[in-house]
Ligand binder design. Structure first.
Ligand code: ATP
Ligand code: 9VF
Ligand code: MG
Length: 445
């Protein structure tokens, strides 16, 4: 026999059995595409998925409950009828109102995030955009000769998650150790604040106890952000860096995100190349840009006979790459690429600009040498084991294909990686465009 959906069962019985077995009278019931909002006689309101197979549907079908809710004041005969498995047929006690969209006020099941955030060593990701050669020529960059004696740019007050020392959740009760399923661990890890840690092996509180404590903390965090700054960290970083480069005499550029695939061929990433597999193709001829260089090349060429020497431009915006997952890779990320063409295009000047930017952002870094298939030799900027940027001193043979014939310097930075470094985030997903985190804090609450 066809099983009835939950909303039909509710309207048939006019009753609801809560998770703890209380039998409630239903006052009002609204149904959307996916959810049912139920108002009980006692005033309690819940929103649940309209599922045929849920616990609630089973209990209503089997007429199982522990005891009636005192505050609903259900008449004795209704309780007895339900207990005797007699449905109040054709007596639709509760009118089901159908609406198109009804967002759940509170999902019954915690929304388990997809990613497994179990702490692990920096995951190695297949990376076709750069060779995996051993890093060489490491130089600590705390005292760059050119930067000595220059006035550091004013440090701005940060309104993001604080970089306070890591807190550890200490077990409080003396009861025995709790074991957590991988899904539960995942949920708890996603609920930790940006700087917090937990030791599951020592934890004595139950999953639901911990989940509830952490959810309360995260709600406080989000409310505090709403009261105090209301700025999104990624948006704010883009604005801060824009101001920095505009002040340094660079022109802000916004070029298309949807570009001809031919641009990628001209960047040396033709269809036959391995790294073409990382590109999101759109239709036959277009793709989502995996880098900012093509748009910047075109601007350099066009501005060359317009602007005074040297031409200084930068762009900040979304880029897309298919990546096998990792703690520092996103498929949708935000790149900053600045470049200068003409005079003063030296490695020293490139390192000076990079140093000024990272000092301004208060992020520690070191410079190492690397190479990649697009540019050949690169100067990579590292924060611990994470690459913040690849920088290049041109000219390079590819310039010819873009009508550019002057020396240049340039560097590409990932903004989410800058945030991950600055706020010591566990996973780059916390810094990304997201529906799961706001400013590094879970919003699945
Ligand atoms: P990696 O070797 O870490 O995969 P890459 O060398 O391929 O990076 P570049 O092409 O040099 O990356 O891009 C410049 C910068 O853009 C990187 O240094 C990094 O900060 C950022 N970036 C690149 N790919 C990603 C990504 N998938 N997610 C987040 N940031 C990225
Ligand atoms: C360095 C990373 C080729 C003269 C317009 C500027 C650079 C940046 C490398 C970047 C990329 N190159 N994501 O070039 O600044 O292009 O792979 Si231009
Ligand atoms: Mg690189």
């Amino acid at each position: 026999m066809e099983r009835k959906p939950l909303d039909t069962l509710i309207s048939k019985n006019g009753l609801w059995v809560s998770r703890n077995g209380r039998l409630h009278g239903v006052k009002k019931c609204e149904t959307s595409q996916k959810y049912i909002r139920i108002e009980m006689d006692c005033g309690e309101v819940i929103t649940v998925k309209n599922s045929k197979t849920s616990r609630a549907a089973r209990t209503l079908r089997n007429h199982k409950f522990k005891k009636p809710c005192k505050h609903c004041r259900l008449p004795e005969d209704r309780i007895n009828q339900f207990a005797k498995k007699v449905s109040v047929k054709d007596e639709a006690k509760v009118k089901v109102v159908r609406s198109f969209r009804l967002e759940p006020e509170k999902p019954i099941q915690p929304n388990i995030p997809q990613e497994l955030e179990v702490p692990r060593a920096e995951a190695k990701v297949d990376n076709h955009f750069s060779h995996d050669e051993p890093r060489a020529g490491t130089t600590k960059h705390t005292n760059h000769p050119i930067r000595q004696g220059t006035n550091p740019a004013p440090k701005k007050k940060s309104s993001g998650p604080s970089k306070t020392p890591k807190k550890t959740f200490q077990p409080k009760s003396k009861s025995k150790k709790t074991t957590f399923t991988p899904l539960q661990k995942n949920r708890i890890l996603s609920l930790l604040g940006p700087g917090e840690m937990i030791s599951f092996s020592k934890e004595k509180r139950s999953f639901s106890e911990l989940e509830s404590i952490l959810s309360t903390e995260r709600k406080k965090d989000i409310r505090k952000m709403y009261e105090e700054s209301r700025e999104n960290l990624l948006g704010k970083l883009e604005r801060t860096i824009t101001e920095f480069f505009v002040d340094m005499g660079f022109m802000e550029v916004k070029s298309p995100i949807l570009i001809p695939f031919e641009y990628m061929e001209r960047m040396g990433v033709g269809e036959d190349k391995k790294l073409a597999e990382q590109i999101f193709r759109v239709g036959d001829n277009m793709c989502l840009r995996p880098m900012l260089a093509p748009g910047l090349y075109n601007h350099l060429r066009k501005f060359d006979n317009v602007l005074p020497d040297p031409v200084k431009i930068f762009e900040i915006g979304p880029c897309y790459r298919k990546e096998s997952d990792g703690n520092s890779h996103l498929e949708e990320f935000t790149m900053l690429n600045f470049c200068q063409m003409g005079s003063r295009c030296t490695r020293d000047n490139l390192e000076y600009i990079i140093g000024e930017l990272l000092d301004f952002l208060d992020i520690e870094y070191e410079i190492v040498s690397d190479s990649c298939m697009v540019y050949g030799d690169t100067i990579d900027v590292m924060h611990k084991k994470m690459e913040l940027s690849s920088a290049v001193v041109g000219p390079i043979p590819m310039d010819m294909d873009w009508g550019v014939d002057k020396p240049w310097i340039g560097a590409g930075f990932g903004l989410e990686r800058l945030l991950k470094a600055k706020y010591d985030l566990k996973n780059i997903k916390r810094a990304a465009r997201s529906e799961s985190y706001y400013n590094g804090v879970s919003i699945n609450l």
